[in-house]
Write a protein that binds this ligand. Structure first.
Ligand code: ADP
Length: 601
């Protein structure tokens, strides 16, 4: 940045600024002092020439003097050292060549000094290319002159023929001083530059170390936060499991109508709390970059039926028209993707549409927009006639913990995490959500996804005859081992199983469970995963290694309090047959138990 300097400035300090590099400052200084010296030298020369009555040379030297003064003024007004250097070099070249070829018609020591000065000055001031140019522009003609004059004199005379003794001494001295000055000046600047570079490198090194420390600290704190959230949500889910389980038990015990209402509220609130804990856990996982998308086979219409089935009841409760239309092309296609995450996305959109619509319709439309040889492009859209969203809030609602307004929070509840999760899940797959909404009229959320298509086709499942459930279906005769360390959970499981006529045996950790399987006879194991001494995964692995094939193949259902999806993989790889997420629905557990016992025995 150039400082604004007055036209009458003559001080060097005013034309030096902090943002000029050390080398550029040195160039400006060199011009400043060099011009001073040159002006004094040329002035002395002019006076000397006049006194020696050499008027022609004196007048050309005067022109040079005035030019130097003008350049000095320009420099102290605007320190444009590149332009000034070029002007100086052009002047010097012209003067040198005119002296050699016209005025003096000889090459003497001053010519040699001038050529040397031009070479040094052009390289230092303007760099290699210009340096080479001005050097050759001066050297070649001088050399040519020498070659042409070869016969008469090849000796460069110390004493020039025209000038007198004192002029020569002044000129030679001034030139030598200039040469020394240039070298010493640039040497100092180079050294200064090196020192500054070293200091900058050291400073940068120190800064890097500090930066690394800060990054490490931030990473540690992010990890601690994520671990804290995981632990907390597990700790919250365990008692919540007991609350929901107890609620279910009480519901199964034929409560009075007023008790039933209270139990409904209890169940609703506990489920909401659970959804919240799951959302926080999930968002935390996404933010930590720990989401891995699965590539498994599934059928899109089946998935939608599952998602919308549950939501339909909610829509009916609000007396909303709930319409689901699925492109028939997709009916018999098995696609490959992550059904869990897709379910999560559509579930969030549909439950929002129902939540924010008081009258009218909610549509779920799934359209096949592209059907290539082995890829389908599918557009999912969830539309409602609800409260709508103001245009300026259309981006903000995708931020975590942001809801459209305080009124929304008060009236509809929620945390503002749903859409943030949806958006990030889509972004991680390189996709985007489109929203069209008008306040008071409704909203439409849509996105498109591509799926590879499997060569298989949908197998129409044979409907298994519904087994009678309860004591009569043989459940009562099952010998069940529960491996669980939490006393509340044990109590809950015992109560639940007793409703089906089952009296379970309890092992309080994984090691006890192995012992019990070794010495006892069981039809099925319900295995908690987090237990002291030996956890559920290791216990299952050990059981699968037992010599007795009946014991090694005993059905094991994992009871997991973790909502994390990677648990699923670990459950299957440790040899367990299935899992239920706590708090589980009694129906779900019973069905899984019955079907496993039926298939394995
Ligand atoms: P939550 O539903 O827990 O509030 P979301 O992240 O799912 O959180 O949604 C954020 C906000 O976006 C909601 O609070 C609401 O203001 C707005 N919103 C989302 N879906 C709709 C919809 N279908 N109609 C109107 N507003 C919506």
């Amino acid at each position: 940045m150039n400082k604004e300097v007055s036209f009458f400035n003559f001080s060097i300090q005013k034309i030096l600024t902090k943002d000029q590099t050390i080398l550029n400052q040195a160039r400006i200084r060199l011009l400043y002092y060099g011009l001073w010296l040159a002006i004094i030298g040329v002035l002395a020369l002019v006076v000397d020439l006049y006194l020696g009555h050499q008027y022609l040379l004196a007048s050309t030297t005067t022109v040079l003097l005035v030019s130097l003064m003008m350049l000095f003024k320009y420099l102290t007004f605007r320190p444009r050292w590149t332009i000034i250097s070029h002007i100086l070099l052009v002047l010097a070249t012209m003067l040198n060549l005119s002296n050699v070829f016209i005025t003096l018609q000889t090459v003497d020591i001053i010519t040699a000094q001038v050529v040397l000065l031009i070479i040094i000055f052009s390289f230092y001031m303007l760099g290699q290319v210009s340096g080479m140019f001005y050097s050759l522009m001066n050297l070649i003609p001088v050399l040519m002159f020498l070659v042409l004059e070869y016969d008469s004199s090849y000796v460069i005379s110390i004493k020039p023929l025209v000038l007198d003794q004192s002029t020569v001494i002044i000129a030679v001295c001034a030139n030598f001083i200039l040469i020394i000055f240039m070298h010493s000046h640039f040497y100092t600047a180079f050294i200064k530059s090196m020192v500054q570079l070293k200091a900058t490198a050291e400073e940068r090194g120190e800064l890097n170390v500090e930066l690394e420390k800060v990054i490490e600290k931030a990473e540690k704190s992010a990890q601690a936060k994520s671990e804290f959230l995981s632990i907390m949500s597990h700790e919250i889910r365990t008692p919540l499991n007991a609350v929901i389980g107890m609620g279910n038990l009480l519901m199964m015990g034929n409560p009075r109508p007023d008790q039933k209402d209270n139990l409904e509220i209890l169940k609703f609130s506990a489920n909401n709390l659970l959804a919240l804990v799951n959302d926080v856990l999930d968002f935390n996982k996404i933010e930590a970059g720990k989401v891995v998308f699965e590539n498994i086979k599934f059928n899109i219409p089946d998935l939608l039926q599952n998602v919308c089935g549950g939501q339909m009841l909610k829509a009916q409760e609000k007396e909303l028209d709930f319409k689901v239309s699925i492109d028939p092309v997709l009916r018999d296609k098995i696609v490959i993707g992550d059904p869990t995450r897709l379910t999560q996305i559509i579930f969030n959109l549909v439950s929002n549409a129902i939540k924010f619509t008081n009258t009218g319709t909610v549509w779920v439309r799934v359209k096949c927009v592209e059907d290539r040889h082995n890829i389908v492009g599918v557009n999912f859209s969830v539309k409602d006639t609800g409260i709508g969203i103001e245009k300026q809030n259309l981006e903000a609602i995708f931020e975590p913990f942001i809801q459209e307004s305080i009124t929304t929070t008060r009236q509809y509840g929620g945390t503002g995490l749903g859409l943030a999760i949806v958006k990030r899940l889509l972004e991680l797959q390189g996709l985007q959500m489109t929203v069209v909404s008008e306040p008071g009229k409704g909203s439409e959320f849509s996105f498109s996804m591509e799926f590879p298509v499997s060569t298989e086709h949908v197998i129409i499942h044979e409907e298994k005859p519904d087994k009678p459930i309860g004591v009569s279906d043989g459940m009562g005769s099952l010998r069940v081992l529960i491996a669980e360390d939490n006393m509340v959970n044990v109590m809950l499981m015992k109560k639940l199983l007793s409703k089906w006529g089952v009296t379970p045996t309890v092992a309080e950790n994984g090691e006890r469970a192995i012992e019990m399987v070794q010495y006892g006879n069981f039809d099925i194991i319900l295995m908690d995963l987090q237990m002291p001494i030996l956890n559920g995964f290791d216990a299952a692995t050990e059981i699968r290694k037992m010599r007795d094939p009946k014991k090694a193949n005993i059905p094991i259902i994992a009871l997991t309090a973790s909502a994390l999806f990677d648990i699923k993989e670990r459950v299957f790889s440790s040899g367990m047959n299935d899992y239920v997420s706590k708090p589980f629905k009694p129906e779900e557990l019973r069905e899984k138990m019955l079907s496993l016992v039926a298939t394995i025995s």
